[in-house]
Design a protein. Structure first.
Ligand SMILES: NC(=O)C1=CN([C@@H]2O[C@H](COP(=O)(O)OP(=O)(O)OC[C@H]3O[C@@H](n4cnc5c(N)ncnc54)[C@H](OP(=O)(O)O)[C@@H]3O)[C@@H](O)[C@H]2O)C=CC1
Ligand SMILES: Cc1cn([C@H]2C[C@H](O)[C@@H](COP(=O)(O)OP(=O)(O)O[C@H]3O[C@@H](C)C(=O)[C@@H](O)[C@H]3O)O2)c(=O)[nH]c1=O
Length: 306
């Protein structure tokens, strides 16, 4: 039998995806979710799918998926543990991004990777800008500073976003959630009142980072919500907006907590590129709306869902 050419199925064109690392993490999952909402084809990779610190593993994944860009959200975020578990911290935070940068540069694939406000020493009293000199106080901050240097050496066209103090509506791994949860259950919540930060709402960070990537922006960018507060003020504002009693937040000096890693007294991120994220209070309102179900759910239900 002869098949007429017009009856043959049209060949489906290959659309290169965005590769996102950090499948089990807060930021990786948020990127995947928002890419889906925005209609951006994306593949979310776990450590088993691609170990970012292993060049062979990275090369295999790039060959398999042929992405147009890699969004690296993988990393080691346990700031206190990093003081002793430093080999692992440098592997995930410094070696990994450097390996990705070398491989992406070789294949002309765009790269977006994340750094932190903790690269700074906190001696300033006005927002840190991209051109300010990093001088970290702890191992985690140093692993990020070295990553920035190595990534931009291997790949000057990489996009490196410094950000800080996440709060997001899709999991409980953040300070705002813990403060609201404790106060909601009638417990006092202690928070540092001598460390000033610029908190970052994860959906805002993801949307703006994606816009910068699509615009092929390069180099260092600071992204955090507009507005500053101490951790205690953040907890009080969130508590008050949620209709709870802010007097349940007890401010204490950071030193009183006995954390192994030193934190800067001031690590507010500002930007030479202008303020790209909304005001903190606006995003806190959106957080409360978006996370309402999770905040009201019993603890066991949240553990099962996350
Ligand atoms: N959380 C925050 O407040 C802030 C975070 N950042 C930065 O943002 C990024 C994302 O943070 P966040 O989402 O909170 O982190 P999470 O700890 O939630 O997620 C980290 C992810 O990285 C993965 N990972 C670690 N090492 C490797 C590796 N070698 N290969 C592949 N995957 C690996 C982990 O996988 P596994 O489960 O297998 O370990 C996990 O999925 C990090 O770079 C962090 O430093 C910056 C400022 C603030
Ligand atoms: C749990 C808890 C924390 N804190 C303080 C400790 C710390 O300074 C801050 C947040 O605690 P964490 O240990 O979650 O975060 P910490 O490790 O300090 O913060 C950071 O995470 C890394 C990954 C980053 O890159 C930074 O931008 C930053 O947000 O709040 C309190 O004051 N009270 C509390 O009950």
């Amino acid at each position: 039998m002869r098949i007429l050419p017009e009856l043959l199925p049209e060949p489906v064109p290959f659309i290169p995806p965005l590769l996102i690392t950090g499948a089990s993490g807060t930021l990786g999952r948020a990127f995947h979710r928002i890419c889906h909402t925005r209609g951006i084809k994306a593949v979310l990779l776990s450590r088993q799918d691609m170990d970012i610190a292993d060049l062979v593993s990275v090369e295999q994944a790039l060959e398999q998926y042929q992405p147009w860009a890699v969004v690296n959200t993988a990393g080691y975020v346990r700031v206190d543990d990093a003081e002793t578990d430093f080999r692992r911290c440098y592997r995930e935070n410094t070696l990994g991004p450097a390996v990705l940068a070398a491989a992406c540069a070789h294949r002309a694939v765009q790269l977006l990777t994340f750094s932190s406000d903790l690269v700074f020493d906190g001696l300033k009293s006005t927002p840190y800008l991209e051109s300010d000199l990093p001088r970290p106080l702890n191992v985690y901050g140093n692993s990020k500073r070295l990553a920035e240097r190595d990534v931009l050496t291997h790949m000057p066209a990489a996009l490196v976003v410094r950000t800080s103090a996440f709060f997001g509506p899709w999991d409980e791994h953040n300070f705002v959630y813990h403060a609201l949860r404790a106060v909601g259950e009638g417990e006092l919540f202690e928070a540092a009142d001598d460390q000033r930060i610029a908190p970052t709402y994860v959906p805002d960070l993801v949307n703006t980072s994606l816009d910068l990537l699509l615009d092929e922006e390069q180099g260092l960018w600071h992204l955090a919500n507009a507005g500053t507060c101490t951790w205690a003020e953040l907890a009080r504002t969130a508590t008050a907006l949620a209709g709870l009693d802010p007097a349940m937040i007890v401010g204490r000096p950071g030193a009183a907590f006995g954390w192994p890693a030193a934190r800067p007294a001031y690590s507010v991120l500002g930007s030479e590129h202008g303020a790209l994220l909304p005001a903190l209070e606006v995003s806190l309102q959106r957080y409360l709306h978006e996370a309402a179900d999770m905040l009201n759910a019993p603890q066991e239900q949240i553990a099962a869902a996350s």
